[in-house]
Design a protein around this ligand. Structure first.
Ligand code: SF4
Length: 681
């Protein structure tokens, strides 16, 4: 038939961290459709609405496919030679004026592993700075930190296949039905089959409707709730003493720190019946193996890292680590959030999330050059430094800080302090439009070779479906060309993405056994996979923890600074919808726009009635930091006083109102808690 594709190319979905494999159909040199892969162990013949219909951005009419230079405030077309020369010269000038710490690089969790590996190498070798970070900073950095502190490895302990092995599932601060739909469907199937399900979420999500127990804590009170559950498990002797004695340390001090967290005190703080906390703790501790999934409702909090550690502590107390169907498993938002920081786009970590001080030497040996010693600035600190004049030039790859960072007004003021902002992307992002000086058009996820790493540590192939559109180039080609112009070209002369990956295998032993060739033959492999004959590792810590023992630590409570009062009586929560992905840079340019065109503010019907708001009415949302306007969606899925906004559309610009609160360990923004006022407009 006339409409059928001429060929199909197997690759990995460019959206969430589930990592569904897909086949992309091509006709006349253009992508025409996508279909699921039945043999994929992750997606098993399914794709959600984003994977299935969200590929059209690649051919969007406003895609930029030739380089641009801003001259006298206006973007003008340029040749690659001119644009690369302008970018290199700006970076050199900034370094001359302020030293290597005056330049920085922001990488993307949607770039491939190979691109992220090269990006950190570019920052460290070509620019001489550890000022390199990725957008994991604004989502799952606390997962890596909290799991790393406790277990010694900052990655998901188990596999999606364990959903079918778990005796109990606990989903905390995550809405996989909308944000990781294929994982969400597997969890729903198990709950419908009678597997006990605990959901901890301020909203009554679709998954909460199926839960055995749904705990809805006030935004910002995760930590006390998890501490109360741990306290009860210890107090009632529901722990696994043999596991605790053989495999953990620090229990005594941790146990002492829990005594203050009684169900009564915590119930009052969280707005939950104390008896419900008791029932949840008992159910979790006595129905094994118990598998925890968590999302940004845990990490995007003032105590994001401690929240993740509190979950890890629950798993340790009950011996739910190192066995199938258990563990603590971050639901990674972007397709390669696990891979971006893991490939070294982190200011104090190198490839494999290895500490800078510990792995500088092996990197220097393989790279043939010394690396800077001092840890760099994280993504938010870089923007702060731009405002203070300490950072003069920024290279931004596949990341839109102006749209995605909290406190958009302050972000804009800070970005305005930069002398040069070089953007590598598919579109003129909000950051590029407002502050870009050079634009280098990048290849889309369907136009390059490489790998992604999904939320269960599975490395999977990304394959070129069509060539880079127009004059766009892969990040690999762009970084290599920029490095040449900066006089550091030699370490970037890789013949292809497989060669880049092979170099990464030399500096990170956990992936030494994974080659592109093996992935092509066998399909995705989960690290650690230290040798070519190793089958990969579906369950971490089965044989022990990297440091010998897992570490408990006392977790104090640092409440959010976002407090309600007469002027700001509501606590705003933010999140995503099924049809769109993050800032909708990609899905907003596809047919998914027809399925959901606008963002909405979910508001309890009683709150809506008091404010005189009906469905569809515009509501002005004002915080201490800024304001935005959305359409009202009355629903009893949110509690009174706790509205919820999606943040996909540029027009809504929800981050005008989010505040400066950050996780005390990683600096991840507190997107989930903002005190606001609402009024009809
Ligand atoms: Fe893509 Fe995630 Fe949907 Fe799978 S669940 S198709 S990876 S967006």
């Amino acid at each position: 038939a006339a409409g059928l594709p001429e060929r199909w190319v197997r690759t990995t979905c460019p959206y969430c961290g589930t990592g569904c494999e897909m086949e992309v159909g091509v006709k006349g040199g253009r992508i025409t459709e996508a279909r699921p892969v039945f043999a994929s162990p992750v997606s098993r013949g399914h794709l959600c609405v984003k994977g299935r219909y969200g590929w059209g951005f690649s051919d969007a009419p406003d895609r930029i496919t030739e380089p641009l230079i801003r001259r006298n405030g206006v973007w003008e077309p340029a040749t690659w030679d001119e644009a690369l020369a302008a970018a290199a010269s700006a970076l050199q000038q900034a370094r001359r004026a302020g030293g290597p710490s005056a330049v920085g690089v922001l990488a993307s969790s949607r770039s491939t592993n190979e691109e992220n590996y090269l990006t950190q190498k570019f920052a460290r070798l070509a620019l001489g700075t550890n000022n390199v970070d990725c957008c994991a900073r604004v989502c799952h950095a606390p997962s890596a930190a909290g799991l790393g502190q406790t277990f010694g490895t900052g990655a998901a302990t188990n596999s999606y296949a364990d959903i079918e092995r778990a005796g109990l599932l606990m989903v905390v601060g995550a809405n996989p039905t909308e944000n990781h739909p294929i994982v969400g469907a597997r969890i729903r199937q198990r709950a419908r089959a009678g597997v006990p399900l605990i959901v901890i979420d301020p909203r009554r999500t679709e998954l909460a409707d199926l839960a055995t127990i749904h705990l809805a804590p006030r935004p910002g009170t995760n930590l006390p709730l998890l501490q109360a559950m741990a306290s009860l498990i210890l107090g009632e002797g529901l722990t696994d003493p043999a596991f605790l004695a053989a495999r953990t340390e620090g229990l005594e001090a941790y146990a002492a720190s829990l005594r203050e967290w009684t169900p009564e005190r915590v119930g009052a703080l969280c707005g939950i019946e104390p008896e419900a906390i008791r029932r949840a703790a008992r159910l979790y501790a006595t129905t094994g193996p118990a598998m925890i999934f968590h999302g940004l409702g845990v990490t995007e909090q003032r105590q994001g890292t401690d929240g993740v550690a509190a979950l890890a502590h629950l798993a340790l107390l009950t011996g739910n680590v190192g066995i199938p169907g258990a563990g603590v498993n971050p639901l990674r938002g972007q397709n390669n959030v696990q891979g971006s920081a893991q490939m070294g786009c982190e200011p104090s970590r190198l490839t494999g999330y290895q500490k800078l001080a510990q792995s500088r030497e092996i990197h220097a040996q393989v790279w043939g050059a010394e690396l800077p010693e001092e840890p760099g600035l994280n993504a938010l600190e870089m923007i702060d430094a731009a405002g203070e004049g300490r950072l003069k030039a920024l290279l931004v790859i596949g990341y839109d800080p102006l749209l995605s960072h909290p406190g958009a007004r302050e972000t804009a003021e800070n970005l305005n302090g930069l002398e040069a902002l070089i953007v590598v992307d598919l579109f003129l992002t909000e950051t590029a439009k407002a502050f870009g000086t050079v634009f280098l058009p990048a290849a889309s996820p369907f136009e390059k070779e490489g790998t992604y790493m999904n939320g269960e540590r599975r490395v999977q192939r990304v394959r070129q479906v069509v060539p880079p559109k127009g004059g766009s180039r892969t990040d690999m080609a762009i970084l290599a060309a920029l490095a040449e112009r900066l006089g550091a070209g030699q370490p970037f002369r890789h013949p292809d993405a497989a060669a880049v990956w092979d170099e990464a295998r030399q500096v990170w032993p956990a992936i030494a056994g994974i080659s592109h060739g093996r992935l092509d033959q066998e399909g995705g492999l989960q690290w650690p996979c230290p040798a070519e004959d190793h089958p990969g590792t579906p369950v971490l810590h089965a044989g022990g923890f990297p440091g010998g023992r897992a570490a408990f630590r006392p977790l104090g409570w640092t409440p959010s600074l976002e407090v309600t009062n007469g002027e700001f009586p509501f606590l705003l929560n933010t999140g995503r919808s099924l049809f769109h992905f993050n800032a909708a840079t990609m899905t907003g340019r596809t047919r998914n726009r027809e399925l959901r065109a606008d963002d909405e503010l979910e508001l309890h019907p009683d709150d809506a009635a008091e404010l005189g708001l009906s469905a569809g009415d515009p509501v002005h949302v004002q915080s201490r930091h800024g304001a935005f306007t959305l359409r009202t969606r009355p629903t009893d899925r949110v509690r009174r006083g706790e509205p919820f906004a999606t943040f996909h559309a540029v027009a809504a610009y929800v981050n005008l109102a989010t505040g400066p609160g950050r996780d005390t360990v990683t600096g991840t923004p507190e997107y989930k808690v903002t005190a606001v006022n609402l009024r009809a407009t």
